[in-house]
Design a protein around this ligand. Sequence first.
Ligand SMILES: NC(=O)C1=CN([C@@H]2O[C@H](COP(=O)(O)OP(=O)(O)OC[C@H]3O[C@@H](n4cnc5c(N)ncnc54)[C@H](O)[C@@H]3O)[C@@H](O)[C@H]2O)C=CC1
Ligand SMILES: CC(C)CC(=O)C(=O)O
Ligand SMILES: [Mg+2]
Length: 355
Amino acid sequence: MKIALIPGDGIGPEVTYESRRVLNAIGEKFGHSFSFTEVPAGGNAIDSFGHPLPQESLDECKKSDAVLLGAVGGPKWDDLPGELRPEQALLGLRKGLGVFANLRPAVLFSQLKGASALKEEIIGDGIDILVVRELTGGIYFGPKTLKEVPGGYEATDTEVYNTGEIKRIARVAFNAAMKRNKRLCSVDKANILESSRLWRKVVIEVAKEYPEVELSHMYVDNCAMQLIRYPRQFDVIVTSNMFGDILSDEASMLTGSLGMLPSASLGSSTLGLYEPIHGTAPDIAGQNKANPLASILSTAMMLRYSFNLEKEAQLIEDAVRGVLEDGYRTGDIMETGKKLVGTKEMGDLVIAKLG
Ligand SMILES: NC(=O)C1=CN([C@@H]2O[C@H](COP(=O)(O)OP(=O)(O)OC[C@H]3O[C@@H](n4cnc5c(N)ncnc54)[C@H](O)[C@@H]3O)[C@@H](O)[C@H]2O)C=CC1
Ligand SMILES: CC(C)CC(=O)C(=O)O
Ligand SMILES: [Mg+2]
């Protein structure tokens, strides 16, 4: 199983290092052979090759069975023009690999109830929401302009969606809902955006293929509020690229930390891109403080979706649960009475739990 490993920038190399060790431990335990090819992308690729995503990097990813990414970007590159910034590597990879469906499960481990942003009575039996974010369209990819006008500049970004793009992401979300609690909430801003009105119309059309799924619609501003007020109303949320980006960072705090949320980006083949939802966390980079669990849980998603290794995926998730049960915490999920550990130690603990 050939894995392209993109450590990226900031805490990216720190968390992916632990994930790689976890995958190697799984490989040893079950007799699987994972090979890793390190691929430059992001700020480090700009420094070395003058481009955030060299063609060779994309080609290497396309030749692989799965891609494991840390995160890219950082203050060092913040003054570059938009098209040359490290974050362009993400867009190039996602589009280049055709991974249009970004699955972001916001699951609260019961051991982290005290770290959640929510009160116990709101958490109730727990939080388990799947955000299905459209990943290769919308305002991040639409036409942009920047021009001088009297008194300064004028800039535009354009939200663009077509029927085909909405249909395929809606089907991913309906299929996911069918395997879960059969409730799907489509989040848009159809009271003001034409692209959202098309989104809603197409989702309603696709719903006819899934009569068992209870479909609801919600405006994004209300959804941002409802996630905090009463998150257990949600099972699967399907939404556009930018709304999904924002809502999933918000949802991560229901689970304790941004450092807990993994993701899988899938297309029409088994080649998937797996990454934590967080960024490069420049404020803690290089200090052995980053929580590697979002990245480690992303490897579980890789085993599940790209390699069809469900048992192995569950073992990783159980190992994470076991380490939390034993009271170990990185700083972002730390509580009184728990044992503070660093990135490397958390990796060691998860590996030890794999047995
Ligand atoms: N997929 C990617 O490569 C992404 C890249 N970025 C880039 O990352 C850089 C920093 O962006 P920010 O807005 O600061 O977002 P961020 O996600 O990097 O950090 C936000 C806050 O969460 C904390 N945090 C994030 N991950 C953590 C972890 N694993 N453990 C403990 N704490 C963690 C950080 O310390 C920071 O306080 C920017 O250049 C941004 O463009 C941002 C999001 C995604
Ligand atoms: C460049 C952004 C789209 C990266 C990001 O925040 C994400 O994908 O979560
Ligand atoms: Mg984001």
